[in-house]
Write a protein that binds this ligand. Structure first.
Ligand SMILES: [Zn+2]
Length: 61
């Protein structure tokens, strides 16, 4: 299965979602993120996506 690292359009934090999803619930602020409109940091396996998510959220503070 492929995953994507999605940046929340409301709070700006990244989280992992399935690559085939259209919408994603942000685990931080509860916003429903439309994948089409969101920034995608990474696409790949679970490990690569998790690393991209962690890196983004560390930089964002
Ligand atoms: Zn959010």
């Amino acid at each position: 299965m492929k995953y994507i690292a999605v940046v929340c359009t409301r709070c700006g934090r990244a989280s992992a979602a399935r690559a085939d999803s259209k919408k994603h619930l942000c685990p931080y602020c509860g916003a429903v993120v439309e994948i089409d409109k969101a920034t995608i940091l990474a696409v790949g396996n679970a490990k690569a996506v998790r690393e991209a998510v962690v890196r983004h959220n560390m930089e964002a503070g």
